[in-house]
Design a protein around this ligand. Sequence first.
Ligand code: NAP
Length: 320
Amino acid sequence: MAQNHQSTVVITGASSGVGLYAAKALAQRGWHVVMACRNLAKAQEAAQTLEIPQDSYTLMEIDLGSLESVRHFVKNFRESGKSLDALVCNAAIYMPLLKEPLRSPEGYELNVATNHLGHFLLCNLMLEDLKNSSSSDPRLVILGTVTHNPDELGGKIPPRPDLGELKGFAEGFKAPISMIDGKKFEPVKAYKDSKVCNVLTMRELHRRYHEATGITFSSLYPGCVAETPLFRNHYPLFQKIFPLFQKYITGGYVSQELAGERVAMVVADPEYKQSGIYWSWGNRQKKDGKSFVQRVSPQARDDEKAERMWELSAKLVGVA
Ligand code: NAP
């Protein structure tokens, strides 16, 4: 059980990869971790395998692809009586080989529904919990990725993300619409678009709420964590070659453990108490292992786009 003085963090998608290792790193720092996962048996086994002490985590069910499930999670969290000191939006799906779009229960394209819309609703609802936090330094952290940014080597590979005029969102984002820009379905682009929305959400949260609430909003690119199950839906050959390519060619490779540690630093360390910031440890730019504030992509720093994305997303998730 969390004690009164113990900080509590909610991490979505803590059953594998970056989220799981972040849970471990924060538990080691004395935090209580709410592992917000869609498969609790898997999450429990993963926590045990990593030897996260039983009393430093709680499992709670959430399916980010379902808006109803997100609302249900928030209700359960509130009923638990815990104070929310940090929220980490980490869960994501990446399904590069899809031929046709999959749909969420609400009828939205599933990559964007899970990675962006579910988290967008969660952030909007849990803002209230962060405002009421017993911590003097509440934080909300959203995972970014280099592929959101065509200014970076990792972001140059087509298809590039492009939200266009957000026509797909404006028209309701249900079949036959499957992309935010309203164009033809491209699963890799859908993932990248969702990650642009993640960064826009963080920046818009900062603009709207930082001054009034004191909450720190930030994003990070933890490095290329080439061995997480994120790539499980890719060709087996890709899964074999990608980590080697990142290790020996780009130098962008980081272990899951280090990526988790980086998330924990952004959640907990005083140096990371800067809001509206995108942290990176770089791929090629820096080799000293130190973090730096990275400029986000032109789309992700477009304030008008951020506002329009916010208003349309709010309608789609029912908080407008
Ligand atoms: P991962 O190992 O596949 O983990 C993704 C997590 O999200 C899993 O716990 C998964 O649950 C969960 N999840 C997926 N769909 C969900 C849903 N509908 N509801 C609730 N949970 C759901 O991937 P990862 O590499 O750690 O990625 C984590 C984050 O890091 C993502 O935001 C990704 O964009 C970001 N990132 C990754 C890299 C990289 O190189 N891997 C680089 C930069 C940024 P299950 O276990 O049930 O599938």
